[in-house]
Design a protein around this ligand. Structure first.
Ligand code: BG6
Length: 488
């Protein structure tokens, strides 16, 4: 790496928060140790509390030991990494305290700067304003906004308008960490580097698509945040929509940022808006009640901190229709929830039946082919095909078998989504970040549902913690004569 390559100051607002310790610091630790980030780059934590550099370093060390995967913390590597750590006290409510940040940045005024806003979205506008007033934004500055940006289209527009007063759209990196996952990027590779799928990736051959992001964890201490957002705003409007876009988009003309984002936004604009009758029939919202998780009894959502009266959903399932030539008549069933029986994210492409079966197959129907893309915790891609059962039976008998894609793995460590995305910001590559029009189109679709839910168009269902979710979600897909395929 040259003297100046990937050299920048990374300033983390909300740098002593949950996300910063769980994801950002571990990712930066790897990027520094693996030589992707210039060793002269500084990681400047902005903290509300007044803390000495030594205290900050000790805290980061403790948190890395806690949040790095087992065996990844290395004392010698940390000694290296800690030379890049700085801390500065800024209280967002006290504009004068930005002087502290100005002082530390003054050491390298020409340096590129990445401002990572890992705070509540309500602070985005005021932080950008202060950065501008203190002369801390240059042409080479970038700002990273954590999702969700707003609670609806209106509030998201208000935030974006504020941020856009100080940063150009090309300097804004709206993060959705699902786009940083290798397995998610592999959807592009699978679709656009294999001719095999190209002619059949449409309504003529595909019956429907299922997208599931199931989590076994609960709120992990994020009650205040979660209760304000819920499954729809926390997962569906962003992570699941992004997965849907990658599956449904047309081939982009290149992999550059705007070509990919142009195609995603076309999908979002083609989402059929739900009518009140659709909201009733095609959406499910639910909250978990007490149950068993990982062999332990866990309390229900409303028994958590300060949410006794909450109407926040911890589970959502929706039938989505895309009004365009490729997908007309192909429903996308998407669902996500907390405290489910397992952590599992997968995309299932269910192909249509053969037009006519020549096989008797003992009265059993021939299974429709399915492409199963498992994203996490296990990564795999399987094509479910029908195959002859070997033997001398008079009538040919068939069974479903898996054709599995086994990628030769020669990497020593699985790279985390935030690592990839942080490096892309440092390298000024916005391909895997959301453009303004994408965020707005996704909110436009989500708003209709959220408003319907606020008006109680569909009742809040419940499901036991540790179960597979509410029975209403099963009914949702079964009404269309289909069923969820849980491949895990
Ligand atoms: C975050 C949500 O964006 O994604 C969390 O705020 C959720 O509620 C998390 O748990 C899931 O991410 P992953 O990478 O563990 O699937």
């Amino acid at each position: 790496m040259s003297e100046t390559e990937n050299l920048c100051d990374i300033i983390i607002f909300g740098g002593h928060g949950d996300l910063a310790f769980r994801k950002l610091m571990p990712s930066l630790y790897h990027l520094c140790n693996d030589g992707y980030l210039n060793h002269k780059s500084r990681i400047i934590t902005v903290s509300r509390s007044d803390m000495s550099r030594d205290e900050h370093i000790a805290l980061v060390e403790k948190k890395l030991e806690e949040f790095l995967e087992k065996g990844q913390f290395d004392k010698a590597k940390f000694e290296n990494f800690k030379t890049q750590l700085e801390v500065v006290q800024v209280d967002f409510a006290d504009d004068e305290s930005y002087q502290n940040l100005k002082d530390i940045l003054a050491e390298y005024t020409e340096r590129e700067r990445v401002n990572y806003l890992s705070t509540s979205p309500s602070f985005f506008g005021s932080i950008c304003k202060s950065l501008d007033q203190w002369g801390l934004i240059s042409k080479q500055s970038r700002v990273v906004l954590e999702k969700p940006i707003g609670r609806d289209l209106k509030s998201s527009q208000a935030i974006n308008v504020e941020v856009l007063k100080y940063f150009k759209e090309s300097q804004i990196y709206r993060i959705d960490h699902y786009l940083g996952k290798d397995t998610v990027q592999n959807i592009l590779a699978l679709r656009f580097s294999n001719m095999l799928f190209a002619p059949i990736w449409n309504a003529q051959y595909i019956d429907h698509i299922q997208i599931t992001v199931a989590e076994s964890v609960g709120l992990e201490g994020r009650w205040d945040y979660y209760n304000e957002f819920g499954a729809m705003r926390d997962m569906m409007q962003n992570h699941l929509m992004q997965l849907l876009c990658l599956v449904a988009m047309e081939p982009p003309c290149s992999l550059d940022a705007d070509s990919v984002r142009d195609e995603k936004v076309k999908v979002l604009r083609s989402l059929r808006p739900l009518t009140p009758a659709d909201i009733e029939q095609k959406t499910v919202r639910a909250q978990y009640v007490k149950g068993m998780s990982d062999g332990e009894s866990v309390p229900g959502y409303k028994e958590g901190e300060g949410v006794a009266e909450s109407t926040t959903e911890t589970y959502a399932a929706i039938r989505v229709d895309i009004d365009n030539w490729r997908w007309n008549g192909v429903p996308f069933y998407i669902r996500s929830g907390k405290r489910l029986s397992q952590r599992n994210s997968e995309i299932i492409i269910q192909f249509k039946s053969v037009p006519y079966s020549i096989f008797a197959n003992k009265g059993k129907c021939i299974s429709q082919n399915r492409l199963v893309i498992s994203l996490q915790p296990n990564e795999s891609i399987k094509l479910k095909l029908m195959n002859k059962i070997p033997g001398l039976t008079e009538q040919m008998r068939l069974q479903e078998v898996d054709l599995e894609l086994n990628a030769p793995v020669d990497i020593t460590r699985k790279v985390g989504a935030y690592e990839r995305l942080l490096l892309d910001v440092v390298r000024s590559n916005p391909t895997l970040f959301m453009r303004l029009d994408e965020v707005e189109a996704a909110w436009k679709w989500a708003d209709v549902i959220l408003e319907g839910w606020a008006e109680n168009m569909v009742p809040m269902k419940s499901y036991s913690a540790g179960s597979d979710g509410p029975s209403a979600a099963i009914a949702l897909i079964e009404r269309d004569g289909r069923s969820w395929h849980d491949e895990w």
